[in-house]
Design a binder for this molecule. Structure first.
Ligand code: BDR
Ligand code: CA
Length: 313
């Protein structure tokens, strides 16, 4: 199986990514490192605990990490994530976070993976502060990471968080740039691709019905998120950004991507802007594969199929 760590700021779509990973026998989830992002750290940690409790996989350890970005002032996510994890929708957690700091956990696990010659995959679905701190403190950490699958960035589908930037990169552009420049191969899941796979009420209703005791919570979470932005998408439905990182590990053939040199603008009005150099114009290393297409029908079918495992008791 793919041995992975999910670095996350739950987050409605983060929750779906975690539940999809836990529903997939091809994936071994080694732990969850949590960062501030969509909501403050206390809430992202509490939400992570609720998701793990909901999944029933209570042995997956959760680690609290960075409470804010490296350099810039803190910016939280959109209002949709706040209140989504109310006790009425997602029952209170039965697990608690570990004592160890998320950055120490990342360092420990990646160094061990390097020593075992069995590097791990990091699915980074929030601001990349934890990962950047691990890489800066201990550059040898890079040798223990097979690849970073990063939900973040926007190349043509601009106008999300600012006219230039996608939220995860905007929230900590310095961290993103550290990860991009670390030498670890990065698989980039930008808005350009995540905006192509919109979940509709029909899919959500099916998931709600089939996912048993977890169904109401999963459907409820999905219903709170980005679903009626007709102006942006021109059709009903909303993206499930973070879940694409897990879907790519499971079925890479349903995605299209191109090699590029990717970097982030760290300051000024355009902070968080990501560029992709597909033609080697910058002379910088081709550090990334940028995804630009996804088979929407198959992605949604995968969510429906896989999440139904929670209904099987
Ligand atoms: C990203 O920002 C967050 O709001 C989501 O959880 C996702 O990781 C999308 O821009
Ligand atoms: Ca997220």
């Amino acid at each position: 199986p793919h041995r992975i760590i999910i670095d996350t700021d739950p987050g409605v779509d983060d929750a779906i990514a975690i539940l999809l990973a836990l529903a997939s026998p091809e994936i071994e989830l080694l732990g969850i490192s949590v960062v501030a992002g969509n909501v403050p750290l206390e809430a992202t940690v509490s939400n992570a605990c609720k998701i793990i409790s909901l999944s029933g996989c209570v042995d997956v350890p959760i680690y609290a990490g960075a409470p804010g970005p490296l350099v810039r002032e803190q910016v939280y996510g959109k209002y949709a994530h706040i209140g989504a994890f109310s006790d009425t929708l997602v029952p209170p957690a039965s697990v608690r976070p570990q004592e160890e700091h998320a950055v120490d956990f990342l360092v420990r696990m990646t160094r061990q993976a390097a020593a075992d010659n069995d590097p791990i995959v990091i699915c980074a679905i929030g601001p990349m502060t934890n990962l950047a701190l691990a890489l800066v403190q201990h550059p040898d950490v890079a040798r223990g990471i097979r690849q970073v699958v990063s939900m973040g960035g926007a190349f043509t589908a601009l106008g999300h968080r600012t006219p230039w930037a996608e939220y995860n990169i905007y929230a900590d552009p310095h961290a993103a740039q550290i990860v991009y420049a670390s030498g670890v191969p990065v698989v980039v899941m930008p808005l350009d691709m995540t905006f192509q796979a919109l979940i509709t009420e029909k899919n959500i209703a099916a998931i709600g019905e089939n996912a048993g005791a977890a169904g109401a919570a999963i459907a409820g979470l999905l219903r709170t998120f980005d679903r009626s932005d007709m102006q942006r998408f021109g059709r009903p439905g909303g993206p499930v950004h973070d879940a694409t990182t897990i879907a790519w590990l499971l079925e890479p053939e349903i995605f299209e991507g191109r090699a590029a040199s990717v970097g982030a603008q760290v300051s000024g009005k355009t902070a968080g802007y990501t560029y992709a150099d597909f033609y080697g114009k910058t002379g910088l290393p081709m550090n990334a594969t940028v995804m630009n297409g996804v088979d929407e029908a198959r992605f949604l079918e995968m969510l429906e199929e896989r999440l139904s495992i929670y209904g099987r008791g």
